[in-house]
Design a protein around this ligand. Structure first.
Ligand code: PBE
Length: 270
């Protein structure tokens, strides 16, 4: 048996996540652009199912190729994962996560705008909430509240010059991944402490951008750029204001266990 023929073993299938994810769109593009991926398929489902499949494969030392990203706790849970090189640069290099707000927010809710504009944190901050939730079975909401309590210096920087308010509503629109659930819940908690009445609505990537562009939602901390959500961003960019990065050092790509003897997307056989 030829164990180096991973393509056959995985049935020419990449194990993906939700159909609406940016990484799903990007991977469809990779399948088109890499000649050696002609005839390959992206199996779509959910992040949970992907992680389950990945865990099973690793238990059996079976080959598997998944759509992966950082920050995510799978890299801590499985310490043997690697990104495949992407010589065509389809998945880009460094990704950042941005804050976008609806037009008019600055005039109508200046203190909310100021806080959102000042929010920015590090990969390690976001990961600590995700790990706490995944490893200790703590709800992201609770892990986020705990993080806010443990990080007064950061909270102080984000709230500098922000006045207390009395029940001003803020509608945060977010995507359903742990990374964005962490940022949304942290910012929501900090805003609540300043007197805002905050709701978080979790929707698809496309709906996130649409909601901010139409003014249905006030803000989102969820856009991954410049590659992951590029098509959504460009479709709606006339309708929102971009407040810049809230996190740098994110990444997306194709991920495999390191017992697989390949390094590049181009090593996959057609
Ligand atoms: N992700 C996590 C999302 C954004 C955050 C990379 C899975 C995606 O849209 O692909």
């Amino acid at each position: 048996e030829d164990f180096t023929n991973y393509s056959d073993a995985v049935n020419y299938t990449i194990t993906g996540i939700e159909p609406g994810a940016g990484i799903t769109v990007t991977t469809e593009k990779a399948i088109e652009e890499y000649d050696n991926l002609a005839g390959w398929e992206l199996e779509q489902g959910s992040t949970g199912a992907m992680v389950t499949e990945l865990g099973k494969a690793i238990d059996n030392e079976d080959p598997i190729i998944v759509t992966g990203w950082n920050p995510h706790w799978k890299f801590a849970k499985f310490d043997n994962l690697k990104y495949l090189d992407d010589p065509k640069g389809i998945y880009g290099g460094e990704e950042v996560i941005k804050t976008i707000v609806r037009k008019g927010l600055k005039q109508e809710k200046p203190n909310a705008y100021k806080l959102l504009d000042q929010f920015q944190w590090e990969v390690e901050d976001m990961e600590s909430i995700m790990y706490e939730s995944a490893e200790n079975d703590v709800a992201i909401e609770d892990a986020a509240i705990q993080w806010v309590q443990n990080n007064p210096d950061k909270v102080e920087a984000w709230t500098e010059g922000v006045e207390d308010v009395d029940g001003v509503t803020v509608e945060l629109v977010s995507t359903p991944w742990d990374s964005e659930r962490a940022s949304a819940n942290v910012v929501a908690e900090v805003m609540r402490q300043k007197g805002f009445d905050v709701t978080i609505t979790e929707v698809d990537v496309a709906v996130t951008f649409e909601a901010i562009a139409t003014g249905e939602g006030d803000a989102s901390l969820a856009p991954w750029m410049p590659i992951t959500h590029q098509s959504f961003y460009e479709a709606y960019e006339d309708g929102f204001e971009d407040l810049g990065e809230n996190l740098t050092g994110a990444k997306i790509g194709l991920v495999v266990p390191d017992y697989m003897d390949i390094d590049s997307i181009e090593d996959l056989k057609p």
